[in-house]
Write a protein that binds this ligand. Structure first.
Ligand SMILES: NC(=O)c1ccc[n+]([C@@H]2O[C@H](COP(=O)([O-])OP(=O)(O)OC[C@H]3O[C@@H](n4cnc5c(N)ncnc54)[C@H](O)[C@@H]3O)[C@@H](O)[C@H]2O)c1
Length: 255
């Protein structure tokens, strides 16, 4: 953890969490923070890097290869978590890709690739998370959306922003249907965040993207992870069906 202000508080003692996209970036930082908070975790990715994340976390983690654009992979991932740990308390859906051109240029292939990972992947992760949580009385689901789902962003493809907007919608739908079953479902909409893939951008782009936030800087993966931790923990016991921008005030400036 690079954030020296963060101190664990045992917020997830005894809990079991599944984290997609945990091979790198925000998902990997969430996995580290959840283990520090007392959780056992299943870390999944399709890159192979989930094995490194699990090795770093030791006995509190198991790795699972899963492509979230394929329902059979998702189902097997949840089965693995429940078989290994006997229950599932938190399911954090971070896996995502990017790319695609503007709406008047996009190919069907680009649209399908982005939509399958984000919208279809999220739908089926929620479906199987609910099925895994129902037998033990509920849990918390956190879906990763984007600020691009909320307002027009000239740097982001329409396929990505509309798939992310779909995530906000299905977050409300799953929350509405399963609140009575003890399942809370929320989303996080990150603004520009310095995960590994974004650290390589030029100084000019970094300054331009940072200046969009009211706080005039990029976010750190730990700042996304802390909100995921809050939403997964009992501190958020009366929070469900919302998409929280974690963007240093980016969307506030656009509204
Ligand atoms: N970093 C940002 O500035 C930012 C901003 C807005 C939204 N987000 C969202 O936050 C999430 C995490 O972002 P990040 O910066 O850590 O990204 P990242 O690219 O660093 O990590 C994403 C991870 O998801 C995995 N992944 C991609 N497609 C997959 C698939 N089909 N099946 C399984 N795993 C798959 C990748 O292998 C990778 O490990 C993403 O959903 C992204 O859209 C990020």
């Amino acid at each position: 953890m690079t954030d020296t202000t963060y101190q664990p508080h045992g917020l997830l003692d005894g809990k079991v969490a599944l984290i997609t996209g945990a091979g790198q970036g925000i998902g990997k930082v969430i996995a580290r923070m959840f283990v520090a908070e007392g959780a056992k975790v299943l870390v999944s990715d399709f890159s192979g890097q989930q094995d490194e994340t699990a090795a770093e976390l030791g006995e509190a983690a198991i790795a699972c290869h899963a492509d979230v654009s394929v329902e059979a992979n998702i189902e097997a991932m949840f089965t693995r978590a429940v078989d290994a740990y006997g229950r599932l308390d938190a399911s954090i859906h971070v896996a995502g890709n990017s790319g695609g051109r503007w709406g008047d240029e996009i190919s069907e292939e680009e649209f399908d690739s982005i939509t399958q990972v984000h919208l279809k992947g999220m739908m089926f992760c929620c479906k199987h998370a609910v099925r895994a949580m129902l037998p033990t009385g509920g849990g918390a689901i956190v879906n990763f959306s984007s600020t691009a789902s909320i307002n027009y962003d000239p740097l982001i493809s329409f396929a990505y922003s509309s798939a992310k907007a779909g995530i906000n919608s299905l977050t409300k739908s799953f929350a509405g249907r399963h609140g009575a079953h003890g399942i809370r479902v929320n989303a996080i909409a990150p603004g520009f965040t310095l995960s590994e893939k974004n650290q390589a951008v030029s100084e000019e782009i970094m300054a331009s993207l940072s200046s969009r936030a009211a706080l005039n800087r990029a976010g750190q993966p730990e700042e996304q992870a802390k909100v995921a931790l809050f939403l997964a923990s009992d501190l958020a016991s009366f929070v469900t069906g919302v998409t929280i921008p974690v963007d240093g005030g980016w969307t506030a400036k656009l509204a």
